[in-house]
Design a protein around this ligand. Structure first.
Ligand code: AMP
Ligand code: MG
Length: 318
């Protein structure tokens, strides 16, 4: 099998990525949150190949990325307070689950047959350039095998998906480092489906108190919220006293073999989270370590998204 083309973050790299996407191919693209595994969201076969490459269950719908608000408004309705949220936080790490409009043209696989679609307008210039050049909405879940550690660098993408994809646009590590926050806006109250790169506190300034709906595995509406996810090969433990032989990941004053942020900065911890987990997992395998143990992270701001990922990484496997 052929390894993916490594494309530069340049007009010629973006043009090549767009050409592959328009022919129904899979391209890993940088976003400000994590690397996305992109395909033309209107092409049923291309969308099916995302699920196949990731080994992702077909009932777990994909986020659709758009270049601008006008495209988003052609695809979906914006019940209050969706427009205010889009105005405040797009482009950025926020996904809105919205009712599909008739004639949307998206592959039904993208939404796993739901009457709603998850839309995002990403802030990364490379992703924006490829979206404009392709001229199609792009379905893009994280560019890693389903259930494994999220990819935030081209090396993670290559190690996880390798020859299953046609190309990778290399724009270095992602700035935010955790996936987008997912909201379902409604006049009766906005539900929080997943904590992510946009902190709850900022959203609540616009929406008032959010209705938390993020319990792992609890809802049918967000079937992607499975309990075991982001899993390293070694067992992951949260807090507690390190035992001999474990690989430790520190934070702030809690030391470790690795650290999420020596200064205890949550934005830095979000940015380094998945790279630390990838590195810790490789170390654990090399040293036959019994476990990876991570320091406790405050449950505030981006700490909520970090803790959500860590709890799922630590959850019992199916
Ligand atoms: P991922 O692409 O793995 O970052 O996950 C996308 C997340 O968005 C999953 O948790 C999905 O369940 C959720 N999602 C996507 N589309 C919808 C939708 N129409 N309704 C509710 N949740 C959705
Ligand atoms: Mg993912």
């Amino acid at each position: 099998m052929t390894p993916p083309e490594i494309l530069t973050d340049s007009p010629s790299g973006h043009a090549r990525a767009a050409a592959i996407l328009r022919q129904g191919g899979l391209v890993a693209l940088p976003t400000e949150t994590v690397y996305g595994l992109a395909a033309d969201a209107t092409d049923d076969a291309a969308v099916a190949s995302i699920y196949a490459a990731k080994g992702r269950p077909g009932h777990n719908p994909l986020i659709v990325h758009v270049p601008d608000l006008a495209t988003a408004e052609r695809l979906a309705a914006f019940p209050d307070p969706a427009r205010a949220l889009a105005d405040a936080f797009w482009p950025g790490p926020l996904t809105l689950v919205l009712p599909l409009k008739p004639g949307h043209g998206l592959s039904p696989r993208v939404t796993a047959g739901l009457p709603t679609v998850a839309l995002r307008l990403p802030a990364h210039p490379a992703m924006q350039a490829v979206l404009r050049e392709t001229g199609r909405p792009l379905a893009a879940p994280s560019a890693n095998p389903s259930g494994r550690i999220t990819a935030t660098t081209p090396a993670h993408v290559l190690a996880g998906l390798g020859p299953r994809i046609a190309a990778i646009v290399d724009a270095g590590p992602c700035r935010v480092g955790v996936e987008s926050t997912i909201l379902a806006p409604a006049p009766s109250g906005t539900r929080l489906l997943r904590d992510g790169g946009l902190a709850r506190e900022m959203i609540e300034e616009i929406t008032g108190p959010l209705i938390a709906d993020t319990t792992p595995g609890a809802t049918l509406e967000a079937p992607g919220q499975m309990s075991s996810h982001y899993a390293p090969h070694a067992p992951l433990l949260l807090g507690g006293t390190p035992q001999p032989g474990e690989i430790t990941i520190g934070f702030g004053t809690t030391p470790g073999d690795l650290t999420l942020s020596p200064s205890g900065d949550l934005a830095e911890a979000a940015r380094t989270l998945f790279s630390c987990l990838h590195t810790a997992d490789a170390l654990a395998t090399a040293r036959a370590a019994p476990a990876i143990r991570v320091a406790l992270i405050p449950e505030t701001g981006l700490g909520r998204a970090i803790n959500d990922r860590l709890r799922r990484a630590a959850a019992p496997r199916d």
